[in-house]
Design a binder for this molecule. Structure first.
Ligand SMILES: NC(=O)c1ccc[n+]([C@@H]2O[C@H](COP(=O)([O-])OP(=O)(O)OC[C@H]3O[C@@H](n4cnc5c(N)ncnc54)[C@H](OP(=O)(O)O)[C@@H]3O)[C@@H](O)[C@H]2O)c1
Length: 312
């Protein structure tokens, strides 16, 4: 499967860095340090969204990326707030481009499925943006597989296609293995999944009820998303496995996502350079099949779509 390229033809790095913390958990100086560390490690692929940190994420990313814009792959997303209508998507893309000081984004994602706007309006709008050179590739995020395939038919009628999806995927969130990832392998759709560390859970820092000042302690949505006892048990088991191997649990967690053959590039993230290092380490240390199997065994593999467990 061909990978993404920047406008100047440079291939996308095998990892993407997500800038959801730029201008929030990471101030401008820390964001710059994180960006530079990514660039030094060979990452040229950066994810953002209209909705992140009230626009600061796009503003900071645009400023940092400006000097080498055409050799970078920058994403944004619209339609998380408000509908995926022509009017709302056009207004949000205009604002994203202004904030990023650029006249195109490489990949533009619809941030969530919108039940209330006809897919034809959404994909006619995206096709028009693409024809105008304002977006290069089209993606969808947080769509179910049936929604992707339904939208793909509509996109074809509009003369374009969905190139990539952005689902949640990590060792304790494996739902994507059931329908989304097989669909993407079958249909030649790229996959850039988010939250490889489960928002920080798989670093092990919450193990054994430790009170830490992390996202799961501060953000009730993430606390609820990762509330199941079994998820915390898996994180503790990963910490033990990592100690046996003498590596950081975050490196194994990111490695697990990256090793799946359907994955194009995991979207890693961190608030600080120090936090970033173990996730970055997974880029240059792919897991052996044995290590992959050991990690995969720490959480339940979801049942296949047919639910015929004996055939899994
Ligand atoms: N499409 C969507 O709906 C969607 C949703 C979410 C994210 N995303 C994208 O995907 C990117 C990555 O998602 P994510 O931020 O959820 O990824 P993640 O890798 O699961 O979580 C990253 C967070 O884990 C914590 N962390 C990372 N390394 C650590 C370390 N070594 N030690 C301790 N804590 C550490 C930090 O949060 P704390 O220090 O605050 O705990 C960090 O912000 C985002 O930046 C965004 O671009 C997209």
């Amino acid at each position: 499967m061909s990978e993404f390229t920047a406008l100047n033809g440079a291939p996308a790095s095998s990892f993407c860095f997500g800038t959801m913390q730029f201008g929030g958990g990471s101030d401008a100086a820390e964001s710059e340090a994180v960006f530079k560390t990514c660039r030094e490690a060979g990452i040229n692929f950066f994810d953002s969204a209209w909705v992140y940190t009230d626009g600061a994420s796009e503003t900071i990313l645009g400023q940092l990326a400006k000097a080498e814009r055409d050799s970078l792959i920058l994403t944004s997303k619209g339609g998380y707030v408000g509908p995926s209508s022509r009017e709302n998507l056009t207004a949000q893309l205009d604002e994203s481009l202004r904030r990023m000081q650029t006249d195109y984004v490489d990949i533009y994602f619809i941030h969530r499925f919108d039940d209330d706007t006809p897919l034809q309006e959404t994909f006619d709008t995206l096709a028009g943006m693409q024809q105008a050179g304002r977006i290069r590739y089209i993606g969808v995020s947080n769509y179910a597989a049936w929604q992707v395939m339904k939208a793909q038919g509509v996109a074809a009628a509009a003369g374009t296609k969905i190139d990539v999806i952005q689902p949640m995927y990590n060792l304790v969130k494996r739902q994507a293995e059931v329908e989304l990832l097989p669909m993407c392998l079958s249909e030649g759709i790229k996959v850039t999944p988010y939250s490889p560390l489960g928002g920080g859970l798989l670093t092990g820092k919450y193990a054994k009820g430790k009170q830490v000042d992390g996202r799961l302690a501060k953000d009730h949505r993430y606390a609820a998303r990762y509330a199941l006892k079994q998820m915390h048990q898996t994180a503790e088991d990963l910490v033990e496995l990592a100690a046996d191997k003498g590596v950081d649990p975050a490196t194994l967690a990111v490695g697990f996502v990256a090793a799946n053959p359907a994955i194009t590039a995991p979207i890693i993230s961190a608030r600080t350079v120090e936090q970033l290092r173990p996730s970055l380490a997974a880029m240059t240390a792919p897991l052996s099949p044995e290590a992959y199997a050991e990690i995969a065994a720490l959480s339940a593999k979801p049942a296949p779509a047919t639910d015929r467990l004996e055939e899994a």
